[in-house]
Design a protein around this ligand. Structure first.
Ligand code: ZN
Length: 179
């Protein structure tokens, strides 16, 4: 049986790892709507302790989960006033750094957004481009679907589900901490 404190070198780590992230936030009037790192024109925005970017939070948790790191709530606790109104790009960058430090690179991600409004279709290309840029991959590695919450009676919130596949990075798997 492998021990939970397994610290074998990355060369013995699996060549791929999968991560899954989920998030939800409530809509409130008078708040800017940020999804996937871009601001969308809408009369309501998603409320959270940070900027409420439901998609970036789910991607962040998927990345963290893939390398078995603590989740977004543990790394950036809502109880810490430091993160009030924070740009969620900060969270994503930290998660990506942990992925790279663990010796992995993003192969692709696939995301589903569930929300009644606004329509994501017209913004999907901009969101995919921004997310790809943040992850340092081509936008053909970023899948994005938007669903209306059929039968869920859910007008007041947005939900995001994300899966990410990592592949071992050939040059970086024994990266040392030189800070
Ligand atoms: Zn969130």
């Amino acid at each position: 049986m492998p021990k939970t404190n397994d610290r074998r070198p990355a060369t013995e780590q699996p060549s791929t790892r999968i991560g899954y992230g989920f998030d939800s936030h409530e809509f409130h009037a008078g708040v800017p709507l940020k999804i996937g790192g871009i601001t969308l024109e809408h009369d309501k925005g998603l409320c959270g302790h940070s900027d409420g970017d439901v998609l970036l939070h789910a991607i962040t948790d998927a990345l963290l989960g893939a390398v078995a790191a603590p989740d977004i709530g543990a790394l950036f606790p809502p109880s810490d006033p430091k993160w009030k109104g924070a740009d969620s790009v900060i969270f994503l960058r930290e998660a990506l750094k942990r992925v790279h430090d663990a010796g992995y690179a993003v192969a692709n991600i696939d995301a589903s957004l569930i929300l009644a409004a606004p329509k994501i279709g017209p913004h999907a290309s901009a969101i995919r481009t921004r997310v790809a840029e943040l992850l340092g991959v081509h936008c053909d590695r970023v899948g994005l679907k938007a669903k209306t919450p059929e039968g869920l009676n859910l007008d007041s919130a947005a939900i995001a589900h994300v899966v990410v596949l990592l592949q071992r990075s050939p040059q970086k798997h024994s990266r040392t901490k030189s800070r």
